[in-house]
Design a protein around this ligand. Structure first.
Ligand code: PEP
Ligand code: CO
Length: 462
């Protein structure tokens, strides 16, 4: 991703002068696309997706841009969280509800602790496709295509299961639609009412130290609400107390899917990718001259880019110019994912370079993807202390650069899994096998997530 990258344009101007369309990415190199074996079947699936209703609406994406714009002015903090990869098998109302509960709890902890509103964005309702480090996987001498997420193929290690099947794109859309339907009901239908703040505690969290700390905070909120009512404020009339704005996001990896769900807004004539409110491109697909950045450059949703240790200040400034030429606050989110040992060195030059340009970006920290390692037991895991160390590094780097630490990007689940080590109710190495259920990267469980929220709130107060 340096200027020597063959995929990078000799002249960035070239791109500004080209006409963007939902399919203009097709003329450029696209990393991480599956080898679909049947082109006609792929066309049929994409054609189906061009005719389905949008999942989100342009006006909602604009509301998110506005909320993120407030974050660039230090009037908000973003919590973006959810599975590494959603799965077709682990799809249930309870799992969605419990994930939302954890996110609502974390948001309350962050808002109460920091005094700024929390913008809530799920990695959900579309987070089905995964970039891989190698296109194939070999076991016992047998080489098969890598698992690229349920939207592409199946995890089981057989030729049949691993063959990319475009009908999975359609199935992912339908699962995203029903997930979103439930999320909308929860967010607006009473479940997210602040009066129910106690009810979001999950059973297995209740008795833990974080659970008790949360209950104490919830009791303070109750008291504050009773106080306001006693002062004569009509709490029923304050709709912000009774519902939340909950936004969706996923990695815009499979560009055919994203293109098919991209629609022109009848109000503004602008293009929106209606598969989610916010789309991001990952560390492996952020080439300036590549198809993914081309696609993001033309949609009007808020967009994000993950930045790993190889990102140079020049890369990042060029990404800002390419993705946010009009310097709209809230349009662009930069997500640092450097690793706990690397962030102190790698992030400050990027913060300084972007600050000098004046682009009003939201800086976020993903403390997960730079801290994954293989445990001796064979499980891919993350250590809670490494995650916290990277978050400390992020807040320190932002502080030093005079940049607002705009948010955190977390992989978590509401289930009582044992996928990440540590936390105050510590998960130990020999416990990883007990409930290791992720279909991709290891996620924090609800206790670890709450713990993280309390600690981030402290960092925000600092
Ligand atoms: C992810 O968010 O799951 C991911 C693959 O991240 P990154 O692109 O930062 O590696
Ligand atoms: Co991941």
């Amino acid at each position: 991703m340096t200027s020597a990258d063959p995929a990078e344009p000799a002249d960035g101007e070239l791109f500004r002068m080209r006409q963007w369309s939902p399919d203009s990415w097709r003329a450029l190199p696209a990393q991480q696309q599956p080898d679909w074996p049947d082109a006609d079947a792929l066309d049929a699936a994409l054609s189906t997706l061009r005719d389905v209703p949008p999942l989100v609406f342009a006006g909602e994406a604009r509301s998110l841009t506005e909320a993120l714009g407030a974050v660039t002015e230090q009037r908000g903090f973003v919590l973006q969280a959810g599975d590494c990869a959603e799965s077709f098998d682990a799809f249930s109302a309870n799992a969605i509800r419990d994930k939302l509960k954890v996110i609502l709890q974390m948001a309350v902890v962050l808002t109460y602790g920091s005094g700024v509103p929390t913008v809530k964005i799920g990695r959900i309702a579309g987070q089905f496709a995964k970039p891989r480090s190698a296109p194939t996987e070999t076991r016992d001498g047998i080489e098969l295509p890598s698992f690229r997420g349920d939207m592409v193929n199946d995890f089981a290690f057989s030729a049949d299961a691993r063959r990319p099947d475009p009908q999975r794109l359609v199935q992912a859309y339908h699962q995203a639609a029903s997930t979103l339907n439930l999320l909308r009901a929860f967010a607006k239908g009473g479940f997210a009412d602040l009066a129910r703040v106690h009810a979001w505690n999950l059973e297995y969290v209740d008795a833990s130290p974080e659970g008790r700390r949360y209950d104490a905070l919830a009791a303070e909120i109750d008291r504050a609400l009773r106080f306001m009512a006693a002062c004569g404020i009509d709490l029923n009339a304050e709709h912000q107390l009774h519902q939340v704005d909950f936004y969706t996001s996923h990695e815009a990896l499979l560009l055919g899917y994203e293109e098919s769900l991209t629609r022109r807004d009848s109000l503004t004539d602008d293009w929106y990718d209606c598969s989610a409110h916010l789309l991001w491109v990952g560390e492996r697909t952020r080439q300036l001259g590549g198809a993914h950045i081309e696609f993001l450059s033309g949609i009007d949703n808020p967009v994000g880019v993950k930045l790993g240790p190889s990102a140079t200040p020049e890369d990042v400034v060029a990404l800002c110019e390419r993705l946010d030429p009009t310097r709209k606050p809230g349009r662009l989110v930069l997500v640092s994912r450097m690793g706990a040992d690397t962030i102190a060195e790698a992030l400050p030059p990027l913060l300084r370079a972007v600050k000098l340009t004046g682009h009003p970006v939201v800086w976020m920290c993903d403390p997960m993807h730079g801290n994954t390692f293989q445990h001796a037991s064979g499980y891919k895991t993350r250590d809670f202390e490494h995650v916290m160390r990277e978050l400390h590094g992020f807040f320190t780097a932002c502080d030093d650069a005079g940049v607002w630490p705009g948010g955190v990007h977390i992989e978590l689940t509401g289930e009582n899994v044992t996928e990440c080590l540590g936390g105050s109710d510590e998960v130990l190495g020999d416990q990883l096998e007990q409930r290791y259920e992720t279909s991709c990267d290891p996620r924090l469980n609800a206790r670890q997530s709450l713990d993280l929220a309390f600690r981030v709130a402290e960092l925000l107060r600092r």
